[in-house]
Write a protein that binds this ligand. Structure first.
Ligand code: PEP
Ligand code: MG
Length: 317
């Protein structure tokens, strides 16, 4: 079966009824970009940049970050590279930084953490912008849920640009900026976020955690961590639909996107961009190639609220 899968590497991911699906890779380190290419990925859908910062005493400076981001861009040779700004806090902490948060998952993590540390954030943004001179980088911002975070983010990007102009350093004038939709509040009040960003990427790992109030890292409640809870599916559906109405791309980059159990369900919800670990990409592509997207969508209509959890057999066609 492995050999069969390998033959799908250069086959475009298109459903039986002609819906084109983007297949992107999640990576944690620059060296993994080659595995994404080897799996035939259309680009990087999620580069978790925090892994450059973890497990070391000194944080990477602007030059080191620039080199790391530029390396991914060069490896991907013109394909889009989505780099997520630092998502530190909760389950991912920096060395030597003891967390004082009573509940780290609900504390100062991700964009909250970065906006509270302007110098650290500015360093990363300058490195990202400089790497954009070498190819199509898309910025992705985690845990966005408030309007002032959107304002603070764009102000930080603008001042990073000004600093680079003052230094005479090159960067792409146009860079796409997207938001992770992983806080239920953002998915529920989705419209202003669709408007403020060029694209959205749904982080189902955190969206499930926060929607169901289940710590994603706690084995005692792992059985309750259910991607098929209709509340989760409605938030995913609402985000995909809002993006479609506005003509803005929507991806899923959480674990759901790489699990073949959910491929047909995500297609039924209207998803056309999947991002996952490179090793999962060809199996998910095979599911896409065998699916009839519109038939799945028709089956799903009106059945989302019939059962908790959602009954996947509804989609057996
Ligand atoms: C997610 O939350 O689904 C996600 C993709 O990001 P992370 O797992 O790094 O929080
Ligand atoms: Mg997340």
């Amino acid at each position: 079966a492995r050999a069969d899968l390998a033959s799908l590497r250069d086959v475009p991911a298109v459903t039986l009824d002609g819906v084109e699906v983007g297949m992107y890779a999640n990576i944690e380190l620059p060296e993994e970009a080659q595995a994404a290419l080897d799996a035939g990925a259309d680009g990087i859908g999620l580069f978790r940049s925090e892994f450059l910062f973890m497990g070391r005493a000194e944080l990477p400076d602007e030059e080191e970050q620039y080199a790391a981001y530029a390396k991914v861009v060069q490896t991907m040779a013109g394909r889009p590279v989505t780099i997520r700004t630092l998502d530190i806090g909760a389950d991912k902490t920096l060395d030597g930084e003891a967390t004082v948060a009573i509940n780290p998952a609900l504390g100062q993590r991700a964009i909250r953490y970065c906006l509270a540390r302007p110098a650290l954030f500015a360093t990363q943004l300058r490195a990202l912008l400089r790497a954009s001179a070498h190819g199509p980088i898309r910025l992705l911002v985690p845990m966005v849920a408030h309007q002032h975070e959107v304002v603070g983010l764009y102000a930080a990007i603008e001042s990073a640009r000004q600093e680079l102009r003052a230094r005479g350093q090159a960067f792409a004038e146009k860079i796409e900026v997207g938001a992770m939709i992983e806080v239920p509040a953002a998915a529920i009040a989705i419209e202003p976020f669709v408007e403020a960003f060029d694209y959205l990427s749904i982080g189902t790992n955190d969206l499930i955690q926060y929607t169901l109030a289940i710590d994603r890292a706690d084995p005692e409640v792992a059985a309750l961590y259910d991607p098929l809870h209709p509340a989760v599916l409605r938030l995913i559906a609402q985000t995909i639909n809002a993006g479609a109405r506005a003509g803005k791309p929507v991806a899923v980059c959480g674990e759901m996107a790489g699990d073949v159990t959910y491929t047909r369900l995500l297609l039924a919800l209207g998803l056309t961009q999947f991002s996952m670990h490179p090793h999962q990409l060809l199996e998910v592509k095979r599911e896409v190639l065998q699916a009839h997207s519109n038939a799945l969508r028709a089956r799903l209509a009106n059945s989302l609220n019939r059962a908790v959890p959602f009954d996947l057999s509804v989609l057996d066609i």
